[in-house]
Design a protein around this ligand. Structure first.
Ligand SMILES: [Zn+2]
Length: 90
């Protein structure tokens, strides 16, 4: 947000550690299942609605950080990234 220079966000960096970012994260993730996806992911929002997910919710600035931290793309909201990730794993 313009003018809101003191706002920081807790994000996970490519080293897997939490840090304070001056930019909002563009991706969400689940610490236990090690999956990252869009903030509006249908599957993540369903899990959040059921409860129990929020405690494990983490955020990333971008995809490079998420994958650097060892998270894989969500098959529901990032099917193309997921396919790419699967191919690379083989
Ligand atoms: Zn997703």
């Amino acid at each position: 947000m313009p003018g809101d220079i003191n706002r920081t966000w807790k994000l996970i960096g490519a080293d897997g550690k939490t840090y304070d970012s001056t930019q909002a994260g563009s991706l969400g993730g689940h610490r236990r299942s090690r999956i990252y996806g869009r903030l509006d992911c249908r599957s993540a929002l369903q899990a959040i609605a059921k409860g129990g997910y929020v405690m494990n919710r983490v955020f990333f600035l971008d995809r490079a950080d998420a994958e650097g931290a060892g998270y894989r793309p969500c098959a529901v909201c990032l099917p193309q990234d997921y396919a790419r990730w699967k191919i690379r794993k083989i």
